[in-house]
Design a binder for this molecule. Sequence first.
Ligand code: PGA
Length: 255
Amino acid sequence: MRTPVLAANWKMHKTIDEAVAFTAALREQVKDVTDAEIILSPPFTAVRAVADAARGTRLGIAGQDLFWETQGAFTGEVSAGLLKDAGATYVIIGHSERRHLFGETDAAVNAKVRAALASALTPIICVGETLEERESNRTLAVLDRQIAEGLTELTAEEAGGLIVAYEPIWAIGTGRSATPAQAQEAHASIRARLEQAFGRDAAARCRVIYGGSVKPESIRKLSTQPDIDGALVGGASLDPSRFAQIVAGGRPTPV
Ligand code: PGA
């Protein structure tokens, strides 16, 4: 039985004050939730403030990216150690916006995953196909490649502890979510790939979450699919009440 993960990805939104106000509101609304992992991913500037506002709760904090070196002359970059120091225990890696807007490759994703694991940050690794890849029937091949190359040199123990986010690019921010059946097919294929590479136990432990226009209205049908272990939520995570509704719908026994 895998614990579901409901993760908010705020992208480039929220000042420190806004992020703290959100966290204060959300902590009230989810204070009774003990059967799901709830994660907030603020911009770097608000990580510390959100971690402070979440202290004493079960809310986890994620960075939205990291750089793989531990320190040095890398202007503008943030290391795993700096994220931990600010209060993060998770980090999103290889989001499609990083891959497509900033040219991030599978090799870079792999270096970041290994850096995160070396600092005991839990990676949330994003994979997903473009519309063109889906329409030319290449979805599962693309996911296979992203998983194989992104997770190179990991041990089975490390792979089992990961969170993989399946985010079809055509569904991100478009209002057009994958259907539960489309998502389940992709998630099952990702889990089969993990089993091939890391064995049955690791594949059974690894949480595979869905992202792409998740809403309070759509979470339940998605999260009751056998291989969908929660969601990574952008737009609908910016409002604490909407995100709390998504948390409620993604729990094993919703209230
Ligand atoms: P969305 O974003 O929920 O706004 O589609 C999801 C994501 O990019 O992680």
